[in-house]
Design a binder for this molecule. Structure first.
Ligand SMILES: Cc1ncc(COP(=O)(O)O)c(C=O)c1O
Length: 405
């Protein structure tokens, strides 16, 4: 057998193994998290997805590539992650990009000069910064408004409105947007609805169930889950946008590298367990903060006094592992707290196993103008925490000591 024939035979074998080994359609989230898109490696039998650190792939014949050709266009490790996330969100297609911002700019490339986008006024500061950049440099019109008010959103729709960008729960104030109502409004007006599902992940919230068109994530957060992998994803509910997104992801080239794809894929296997445990501790911490004399207000969707408690119970199966709170004594107390905790590291980001604390006004949301911060309600007294997987008693003791110092 010639080398070419041998290669041909082994590639035919690989092709034969491509049908998913398991029918996961009736199975539960945790089973899909471990198995969807992931089959044992046909070449070796390895059950852990290999890190395919190859930029390029051998063609079968002239003009006839195999499934993979060049890693910007497609990479087997990245593909396993993409298939896994499409299954977890209940979509038909997913593209994995280098960061959450990489996913956002790839998706926003669907729009052009003169298009109008409506975006929540309290979404991640980097999303606001990106949309403001597109407004300045690409002639895209953007309205930042509170999406909790459906009538206000309806009134903002213009003849050139092409998209509504939602983050629910929003960050850092955990406002909840009625996904079903906004998706219906978008559909009536031929507008694309997009949800940034980073905070709750598909374990707690699946926006496609409410008719949302596209989901984006910063996979850097809970999906990766260990504060060690950067990534972003776009997931499509229907085939309608698949071609454009796949084309744009390849054309812009901000794709996810194999090693980060592998880290995120590994993270997702324990997503459900981490989310459940982080939520349990977050609720305990929210209750503790609510009863602490230094705290004037706690923002956590799992507290019954959250203004949209009924809505979040309707559209999600959990509240997540993040919360924020205001301190009665203002910015000096906030500074003392974020600089005073030992287990909660003062950092940007969230969603990992290490607990984190930060001051949104000067950190994650510092790119927002003072007016935009005031309108969104992000005050200098506000502190945000991402609850990790340390023992909750130790986390409570750390916060209590720093608050009482
Ligand atoms: C809700 C949300 N979306 C998107 C992003 C951007 O993700 P990345 O930092 O992976 O680019 C972030 C980052 O913090 C975020 O919090």
């Amino acid at each position: 057998m010639s080398v070419i024939e041998a290669l041909q035979t082994s590639q035919d074998e690989i092709t034969e193994c491509k049908e998913p080994r398991l029918d996961l359609s009736g199975m539960k989230f945790q089973t899909k998290a471990i198995h969807a898109g992931i089959d044992p490696d046909p070449a070796t039998g390895a059950i852990a997805t290999p890190i395919h650190q190859s930029t390029t792939y051998q063609f079968k014949r002239m003009g006839e590539p195999g499934e993979f050709e060049y890693s910007r266009c497609g990479n087997p490790t990245r593909k396993a992650l993409e298939d896994n996330l499409a299954a977890l969100e209940g979509g038909v297609y997913s593209a994995a990009l280098a960061t959450g911002q990489g996913a956002q700019i790839t998706l926003l490339n669907l729009f052009q000069q003169g298009d109008h986008i409506i975006c929540g006024n309290d979404v991640y500061g980097g999303t606001i910064r990106m949309l403001n950049l597109l407004k300045k440099n690409a002639g895209i019109e953007v309205s930042f408004i509170p999406l909790t008010d459906v009538d206000r959103v309806r009134a903002e729709i213009r003849s050139n409105t092409r998209a509504i960008w939602i983050e629910s729960p929003s960050n850092p104030l955990f406002n909840i947007v009625d996904l079903e109502a906004i998706a219906a409004l978008a559909r009536e007006n031929d507008v694309i609805s997009i949800v940034d599902n980073t905070l709750l992940t598909p374990y707690f919230q699946r926006p496609f169930q409410f008719g949302i068109d596209l989901v984006v994530h910063s996979a850097t957060k809970y999906l990766s889950g260990h504060n060690d992998g950067l990534g972003g994803v776009i997931i499509c509910r229907e085939n309608k946008f698949v071609e454009d997104i796949a084309f744009t992801a390849n054309a812009l080239g901000a794709v996810l590298g194999a090693f980060d794809a592998w880290l995120i894929l590994r993270g997702i296997k324990t997503l459900a367990l981490r989310m459940r445990e982080q939520q349990k501790s977050a609720l305990k911490i929210a209750n503790f903060l609510q009863s602490h004399s230094a705290v004037s207000r706690v923002y956590y969707p799992g507290l019954p006094d959250h203004p949209q408690y009924a809505l979040i119970q309707k559209q999600t199966s959990g509240f997540g592992g993040m919360l924020s709170f205001e301190l009665k004594d203002g910015i000096e107390k906030a500074r003392k707290l974020v600089e005073g905790t030992e287990l909660f590291y003062m950092t940007e980001s969230f969603g990992g196993v290490e607990s984190l604390i930060q001051h949104p006004q000067t950190m994650s949301h510092s790119s927002m103008s003072p007016e935009a911060l005031a309108e969104a309600g992000i005050t200098e007294k506000l502190v945000r925490v991402s609850v990790g997987l340390e023992d909750c008693d130790d986390l409570l003791a750390d916060l209590e000591r720093a608050l009482d110092a």
